[in-house]
Design a protein around this ligand. Structure first.
Ligand SMILES: [Zn+2]
Length: 267
């Protein structure tokens, strides 16, 4: 499942393939036919990631907005590219490369007002150098909502998904059901900077690696994690507890991450 690092890595990989080039845009699957026709034959001027959203700007008006959701993916290949396979919503073809957008949650053309409205809804992104970290930290500390939910709320802080949420809180020794208001400024500052470090590492490695000095694993997603879907805590060896927060599985070591008193609701 793509978290912010996947989208930033896609932006970095696709820029040299598409930006500054005339792009043929098609919808092999057909569900994006009208949008593709409106962008076809124009020059791509920029590709930017904001949280889990990717935006392609084109000469003139209009941006292509892609959100992969849980199951979407990008497939890029050098020319000559093979015929599209599977549910390819959009195919972007330059003189040198082909990028397929497969099974996304959103794939749409936005006008400038639509793009501005989208960006206004996305909170500070831990992977963007222009992010307003103070705004994100203030929002967390002002909220009585469980920090495990706040870290997944893309309007509060953008880019963090289910695995990073669990790992960041374990690394910080904070229970996921702790309200934002119970966190100290130093704890929130630490969460922000550790998120920046871990997601930047994810961009470099193309995998979620939250164990210090580890390298990507052999599994399908190549992740290397401390407690997410793991049986025991690597720090204290106690059993890892599975919680459901915001409808998604989360994990905690309730020895290393003390449950806050008088707070039991997490979802
Ligand atoms: Zn532990």
């Amino acid at each position: 499942m793509p978290e912010g690092h996947t989208i930033h890595r896609a932006a970095r990989d696709q820029r040299p393939m598409l930006v500054g080039r005339t792009i043929a845009v098609a919808s092999p699957q057909g569900r994006f036919a009208a949008g593709a026709a409106s962008l076809d034959g124009r020059v791509c001027t920029a590709i930017e990631a904001y949280g889990k959203h990717l935006l392609y700007d084109f000469e003139g008006e209009g941006s292509l907005h892609v959100h992969l959701g849980l199951f979407g993916s990008f497939r890029s290949t050098a020319q000559p590219a093979p015929a599209p396979r599977g549910a390819v919503r959009a195919r972007l073809t330059s003189s040198t490369h082909v990028v397929d957008i497969v099974g996304p949650n959103r794939c749409e053309v936005l006008d400038p007002a639509g793009k501005a409205a989208l960006l206004a809804r996305i909170g500070p992104d831990v992977l963007r150098p222009d992010a307003d970290r103070t705004r994100a930290m203030d929002r967390i500390r002002a909220s009585r909502t469980a920090v495990g939910l706040l870290l997944m709320d893309q309007s509060v802080i953008a880019g963090i998904g289910n695995i990073y949420r669990t790992e960041l809180l374990w690394r910080a020794g904070i229970h996921p059901s702790s309200p934002g208001t119970r966190l100290s400024p130093a704890q929130v500052e630490h969460l922000w900077s550790d998120a920046c470090d871990l997601l930047a590492r994810g961009v470099e490695l193309g995998a979620i690696v939250t164990i210090d000095d580890a390298t990507p694993g052999e599994g399908r997603y190549r992740e290397r994690v401390n407690i997410f879907d793991q049986p025991a805590c690597p720090r204290c060896t106690r059993r890892i507890r599975m919680l459901v927060i915001g409808g998604r599985k989360a994990y905690a070591c309730e020895t290393c991450q003390k449950r806050p008193r008088r707070v039991t609701r997490t979802a």
